[in-house]
Design a protein around this ligand. Structure first.
Ligand code: PGA
Length: 279
């Protein structure tokens, strides 16, 4: 059920301008140039920057293809797309999507829009959306269904508050988040679950290796033992105050296949170092 390939995801949240994005990609590409031993890398910029990132990534890929002797002028668009996709090292993701396909939802973005703009992934149920936009597990579940219909791999975020951890109620809470957020009885090819304790996001506080390990094993167990959940490829990530100093330790935890990175992903060099370590 679990998938082996590691994955590292940058969640820029509401940060970076067009100029900063160009700088970031230039610097990041330089850092990883020639390195073919990388995990899957996903960049989730603000929605307005997705298409721009796709364009910049494609530009870099065309340069590589040309340097390898391909005559781009002679190729059809679909052939170029295929070649570029084959060498793509950075994939794109949205930070959220609407639960409906389209309609009167001011300020929201539809899953098919993300897909059309070049996204493969979408973060859903981030604790900041749950808190600031009052998203319930039921809404998150609807969003997962819509994301899957639109060929996006959902990155479901779950995680307990400090209070629940201190009261020793965190496992029950995570279990209820899993049960009410993941759609039942539908075949899910790929699901990523990011365990992000709320008390660790942006705080510099990080759970111990044993605490992360307990949670990763618990999530895998809950999903495996539930006959109504039909997930073929599951990856568990850790998120919250990750950086290049703690990456190696987190990645050594059994059942952890990657990280969802906030603050540290804003700096290209730092994120590139983490990507190299997350292999
Ligand atoms: P952080 O954020 O790495 O800045 O703690 C993680 C997240 O919110 O996904």
């Amino acid at each position: 059920m679990t998938q082996n390939k590691n994955i590292i995801i940058a969640n820029w949240k509401m940060n970076h301008s067009f100029d900063a994005t160009e700088e970031w990609l230039k610097s990041f590409n330089k850092e990883i140039e020639g390195n073919n031993n990388l995990p899957e890398i996903v960049l989730c910029p603000p929605a307005i920057l997705i298409d721009y990132c796709d364009e910049l990534l494609l530009g870099g890929e065309l340069e590589i293809l040309e340097s390898k002797g391909n005559n781009i002028e002679e190729l059809e668009e679909s052939q170029i797309d295929k070649l570029a996709t084959d060498i793509r090292k950075v994939h794109l993701g949205g930070q959220d999507c609407g639960y409906d396909e389209k309609g009167a939802f001011t300020g929201d973005i539809a899953a098919n829009m993300l897909h059309d703009a070049g996204c493969k992934y979408v973060i859903l149920g981030h604790s900041e959306r749950r808190k600031n936009h009052f998203e319930s597990d039921e809404i998150v579940q609807k969003k997962i269904v819509t994301a899957l219909k639109n060929k996006l791999v959902p990155i479901l975020c779950i995680g307990e508050s400090l209070e629940l951890r201190e009261e020793n109620k965190y496992l029950d809470f995570i279990k209820s988040q899993i049960l009410s957020s993941i759609p039942k009885n539908i075949e899910i090819e790929q699901l990523i679950i990011a365990y992000e304790p709320i008390w660790s996001i942006g705080t510099g506080k990080i759970p111990s290796k044993d605490q992360i390990s307990e949670m990763a094993d618990f999530i895998v167990g809950e999903i495996k033992n539930n006959k109504d959940l039909k997930i073929n490829g599951l990856r568990i990530l850790y998120g919250g105050s990750t950086n290049s100093q703690n990456t190696a330790e987190i990645m050594s935890v059994n059942n952890v296949s990657g990280m969802l990175v906030g603050g540290a992903s804003l700096k290209a060099k730092e994120f590139a170092q983490m990507a190299v370590l997350a292999k």
